[in-house]
Ligand binder design. Structure first.
Ligand SMILES: CC(C)(COP(=O)(O)OP(=O)(O)OC[C@H]1O[C@@H](n2cnc3c(N)ncnc32)[C@H](O)[C@@H]1OP(=O)(O)O)[C@@H](O)C(=O)NCCC(=O)NCCS
Length: 283
């Protein structure tokens, strides 16, 4: 196969059964529904060798200034022939002059470095095969509350302070397919979190909070409740949560490098922080 025989076309719902075969081939856990969720929120490109899907990428716009991309996969038998580069170039053309963010696997790192992406952090994945009995003390005067539609505007505003850019569409979509849990303190939202089905079971995130204690309290609730299945959480190394998660029985399952091409977003210095991602791709 020569790369000139490959066509780059828009990734559509009709490609997703084949896309799921691709992600399984590189040992990613995404279900068909996870692909569909990711694609509906963003714009995908497919590398086609005649009728066969041999590569994918999805990028998600966050306003005019930022975008994130993920789901970059090249079929194992077609790797190291320039297809990853081709897909990335097409996504960068689509995304215009937005700062591009991504979480890089060790396999993707050399390619991203060649494009000039710079490391801005690290993300560690923790997981457990079953629910584990976890608990964490609540900050004084705080109480749990199930997140309602009416809470979303406030959650979106806090998340924007923590992320440094607005993620309204993502958070609204996560609430639709999953559940949200808030920690209230003195009538204000002190911390927020989401849980949804993903991959082998459930994924916890994003989680945002004013402090680590509030973040732990929410995460402990999700770890120990909501069915006995597999759960996973992706936390920035800078969150400091990694050793605590291990103590709770969520072992380390891998690490990726957070990277940016262009000026990275700047979270509000005095605002809340993000303690967990939606997942590695979506950030
Ligand atoms: C990462 C991935 C998409 C790269 O796709 P690919 O088609 O093999 O990449 P390319 O052939 O376009 O390589 C692009 C450049 O990176 C370099 N490169 C790619 N893989 C490399 C590796 N493992 N080590 C060193 N350099 C590498 C190539 O030399 C090439 O450089 P050049 O264009 O200057 O010659 C592919 O390995 C893959 O699907 N991996 C599994 C899924 C994954 O981890 N995706 C990344 C998620 S962040």
């Amino acid at each position: 196969m020569s790369v000139s025989a490959i066509a780059i076309v828009r990734l559509e719902e009709k490609h997703l059964a084949a896309a799921q075969v691709l992600s399984t081939a590189v040992n990613w856990p995404h279900r068909r529904q996870d692909w569909s969720f990711a694609l509906k929120l963003g714009r995908g490109l497919a590398a086609m060798d005649r009728d066969s899907l041999v590569g994918t990428i999805i990028w998600w716009p966050f306003g005019q200034h930022y975008a994130r991309f993920g789901m970059l996969i090249v079929s194992p038998s077609m790797q190291r022939r320039g297809l990853g580069r081709l897909l990335m170039e097409a996504a960068l053309r689509d995304a215009g002059d937005r700062t591009m963010l991504l979480n890089a696997t060790m396999e993707g790192l050399p390619l991203y470095e060649k494009f000039g992406y710079k490391p801005i952090g690290a993300v560690r994945q923790h997981q457990a095969a079953n629910a584990v009995p976890a608990s964490a003390p609540l900050p004084e005067g705080a109480s749990f509350k199930s997140m309602q539609e009416t809470d979303l505007d406030a959650v979106i505003a806090l998340d924007e302070q923590a992320a440094g850019f607005r993620r309204a569409e993502l958070l609204r979509a996560l609430k639709k397919i999953g559940e949200g849990l808030i920690l209230e303190q003195g009538g204000e939202i002190a911390a927020w979190s989401f849980l949804r089905r993903f991959g082998h079971g459930y994924v916890i995130g994003p989680v945002g909070a004013g402090g680590e204690m509030a973040a732990r309290a929410l995460i402990a609730r999700w770890i120990s409740g909501n069915g006995s299945e597999f759960r996973r959480i992706d936390v920035p190394l800078s969150s400091g949560l990694s050793p605590w998660l291990e103590d709770q029985g969520l072992g380390r399952a891998g690490e990726v490098v957070a990277m940016a091409l262009g000026e990275p977003p700047v979270p509000l210095a005095t605002g809340p922080r993000l303690f967990a991602l939606a997942n590695q791709g979506l950030g």
